[in-house]
Design a binder for this molecule. Sequence first.
Ligand code: IMP
Ligand code: MG
Length: 181
Amino acid sequence: MDHSNYVIDTMISAKTIAARVEELAREITETFKGTDKLIVIGLLRGSFVFIADLVRELDLPVEVDFLETSSYGDGVESSREVRILKDIRGEIAGRDILVVEDIVDTGHTLHHVLNLLKSRKPKRMEVCALLDKPSRREVDVTATWTGFEIPDKFVVGYGIDYAQRNRNLDHIGAVRFLDES
Ligand code: IMP
Ligand code: MG
């Protein structure tokens, strides 16, 4: 099937996202109140816009780090095999960390990343995911905070891509493939 022919239907507006990011940041700030430093770890590349907005709303001493895992390639199906392409730079032993993910889909990525980070003995590890597709879950993993629960649709925008495109959309939209006929 040729996937080049598609349209994007708006699912979550930029305004709705901004309001939710503010709420999430307030809860995260409350949770980590008194920390000497919160290390915010963004999973590349899909979380880059979300993390940029989120950290600017946090009223805490913050450090930012990034970790990159292998992705879906150019398709819409999960490979289920998770590899670390780029590890974080800093030490997390004994630190407060917040893992920031764009979408929890089958859960394989988050499950793998959390196991890896947990093995390094952070003091406290919490997770904030912008989107959650609970109906697609294959591994039992849940974020501490979720921005929005969404149906089983392939989405793009606000950092999230389809074949590396559409990350720069300011809202979240669902990809709808058009018939070639
Ligand atoms: P999981 O391992 O199946 O939970 O997949 C998680 C990763 O797959 C996310 O971090 C996204 O990068 C990617 N992904 C899952 N659903 C979508 C989607 O609807 N659009 C774009 N990327 C997605
Ligand atoms: Mg991702």
